[in-house]
Design a protein around this ligand. Sequence first.
Ligand SMILES: Nc1ncnc2c1ncn2[C@@H]1O[C@H](COP(=O)(O)OP(=O)(O)OP(=O)(O)O)[C@@H](O)[C@H]1O
Length: 266
Amino acid sequence: MNAVSCTGVRHSFGRTVAVDDLDLEVAPGEVFGLLGPNGAGKTTTIRMITTLLPAPPGAIRVFGTDVAREKLAVRRLVGYVPQQLSADATLTGRENVALFARLFDVPRAARAEQVGSVLGAVGLLEVADRRAATYSGGMIRRLELAQALVSTPRLLVLDEPTIGLDPIARAGVWERIGQVRADTGMTVLVTTHHMAEAEQNCDRIALMHRGRITAIGSPAELRAEVGEHASLEDVFRARTGGDLTEDTSKGIRDVRATRRTARRLG
Ligand SMILES: Nc1ncnc2c1ncn2[C@@H]1O[C@H](COP(=O)(O)OP(=O)(O)OP(=O)(O)O)[C@@H](O)[C@H]1O
């Protein structure tokens, strides 16, 4: 059974077709990257998979469970780290994770141990009782990872997990994702703009362009299809016909989001 299966998925915002007849299968245990220019439809796809946007019945299944018909059951299977900040700066790291443990019905008797365990897994145990306002950008992202992991999801969904972070913090976030995946066999679905990160960390990649998937395969397969010495950037250009900022209105939204992140963390 696939971890995620999408068949003929569409979503429009008014007259804008954000996702257009999308077919996608993510195998259990793989790290799957969704890449594409701004406005390609990646976040919309992820928001349908995580039940935050409506999807037509039968179109999307998470471990066989229909996203439209069994929304709550799907939510129990999924841990989601959105692009926008979800940690509360006024709470400590531990309090932030404990809040998610309560929200996701982690049994009361197991809560404290589970919260400590995921804080340990993301390397934040020593600073767990400091307010999140004192954390660096990379630490905040790892805290959000802990929030998503506390309910032991089978599918971890990350929307631009390293946006606005410096290279060292980015590597730190990926290291933790890799470790959790190795320890638990969890499936990871991630969007990113960083080609090098996708190449290094994803088993398979789908390139999205104007709401459709234009190429899918392992990084090596995608490169081989374009040319002997092709980089993933070459693949991106060949399959999306553009650069990373195709939709300028969304570009501005993104820059704002990144700045908000920076301000809040600084
Ligand atoms: N809430 C919304 N209302 C109206 N249009 C939207 C909304 N959200 C997204 N869109 C539009 O839908 C299209 C797909 O957007 P989406 O956010 O899914 O792209 P994306 O690939 O995730 O982009 P990014 O890399 O910038 O996050 C874009 O044209 C975008 O402007």
